[in-house]
Design a protein around this ligand. Structure first.
Ligand SMILES: *Cc1c(COP(=O)(O)O)cnc(C)c1O
Length: 421
């Protein structure tokens, strides 16, 4: 469920009409709904009620300061994957004890930043990383709290580029070697082992792969405890999928996910952490764009938009589907047409949809890409020197620009000319 609905024939974000935002900000832009963000966070938090838990929003999905603050005020922790994200989380007011640091390639600088600023735990992904972390912690005179990310070799049954829990993926250590690696961890002076971490992929449409992975984590918890490790926290990763089409079979709900977690892991009395990103932000944001031209090709029509692959790369990168809807609701029985929906960038990959049937559109009309809140704005670039598009946040009848569009001068002035030129 989200808060982008037609009211009186006009698409609204909560109580704000999209054309009102266009009039003030100009297209294209992203717009997020506070109510949807809040609802999705709350669903997860409620789903784990009764267990000691923390929902750590995977902020790589959408990391604007306003989004982070909205979630932080609800009590969210943050899952960060870089020093930059760590700094963003802290700037949004998230205390260090609610920040979890994930990622396969943490540098010494990033470790130092997190340990001096405060950290809940590092999710360690390899033995070399563990050794370096111990050394950095020892230099600082502290112990780094860690979980070790295990790779359970489970097929997440999702797109290959976002599956992370098979043995061929770069993530975590093979679960078959976990005992050995935990023994090494326990012997390191700068390391405090507190738990186990697992994350098998993104946009999962079934609970079964999660359950298989969590069963393996449950067994491992017992084994490691028998080996003398005080396993008291389980980080279960993120990855629950969202519906990208209205017709889609609905992916599992957080409630069902939470019930499964309790059933599989509840008896272990561990503190549970989860790291949802997409399910919190995905349907909490849309991308609004304007039609520049309708171009008649030889055998097809092109709908040429003012948004492009640099603004939303998911279709080009993952063949992702986004529903594209007119901002002005078509009248019943209005004419329909089939378009290739494209942007202005000089690449054939700059195609949002092929052969998409929708209401007939004209130059100047507005469209909305649904489910664009996660992995949208954060993956955008200034390719073709197209300025990063604004982000807007709505709360009831209020809206505010939460990232403004840079001017051409601002973009150009980031470059510097060497003195010899
Ligand atoms: C990307 C990622 C997540 C979030 O995945 P979603 O599919 O957006 O929920 C959580 N944890 C880790 C370690 C990740 O890399």
């Amino acid at each position: 469920m989200d808060h982008f609905l037609y009211k009186n024939g006009v698409l609204h974000a909560e109580d704000v009409a999209i054309p009102d935002i266009v009039a003030s900000v100009g297209a294209p832009f992203y717009v997020y709904s506070t109510a949807t963000l809040t609802r999705h966070f709350q669903l997860f938090d409620d789903a784990l009620a009764g267990m000691d838990h923390l929902v750590c929003y995977a902020m790589k999905a959408a990391s604007n300061q306003a989004i982070l603050q909205t979630l932080a005020k609800l009590g969210a922790g943050m899952d960060v994957v870089s020093g930059g994200e760590y700094a963003r989380a802290r700037a949004a007011g998230v205390p260090g004890e609610r920040i979890v640091f994930s990622g396969v390639g943490k540098t010494r600088d990033e470790m130092r930043l997190a340990m001096t600023g405060g950290i809940r735990q590092f999710n360690v992904e390899s033995e070399p990383e563990m050794a370096v972390l111990s050394a950095v912690a020892t230099e600082l005179g502290v112990k780094a709290p860690i979980t070790i990310r295990v790779n359970p070799d489970v097929d997440a049954k999702t797109h290959a580029k976002i599956a992370t829990g098979k043995s061929e993926n770069k993530f975590g250590i093979p679960i078959s070697r976990a005992r050995e690696v935990y023994a090494q961890a326990a012997a390191l002076p700068g390391i405090d082992v507190i738990g186990i971490d697992v994350h098998i992929g993104s946009q999962l449409s079934q609970l079964e792969p999660f359950e298989l992975a969590y069963q393996k984590v449950a067994e491992l918890t017992e084994t490691l405890r028998a080996d003398g490790h005080d396993i008291r926290r389980l980080d279960l990763g993120g990855g629950l999928g969202i519906p990208y089409t209205r017709s889609n079979e609905a992916p599992p709900l957080p409630t069902d996910y939470g019930a499964m977690v309790k059933r599989v892991l509840g008896h272990l009395n561990c503190e549970i952490e989860i790291e949802p990103g997409r399910l919190i932000a995905g349907n909490a944001g849309i991308l609004v764009s304007q039609v520049i031209y309708v171009k008649e090709g030889e055998d097809r029509k092109f709908l040429i938009l003012d948004a492009a692959m640099n603004d939303l790369i998911r279709p080009a990168m993952y063949d992702a589907h986004h529903d594209i809807e007119p901002v002005i609701e078509p009248q019943a029985g209005a004419e329909r047409a089939t378009y290739d929906v494209v942007g202005p960038v000089c690449e054939s990959g700059d195609t949002f949809a092929k052969g998409r049937e929708m209401a007939q559109m004209n130059a100047g009309d507005l469209v909305a890409f649904r489910s664009a809140g996660a992995y949208g704005a954060v993956m955008s670039s200034e390719y073709n020197t197209r300025p990063l598009i604004p982000e807007v946040m709505v709360n009831g009848s209020k809206f505010a620009v939460i990232r403004s569009r840079p001017s051409f001068d601002e973009i150009i002035n980031r470059d510097t000319i060497p003195e010899w030129l």
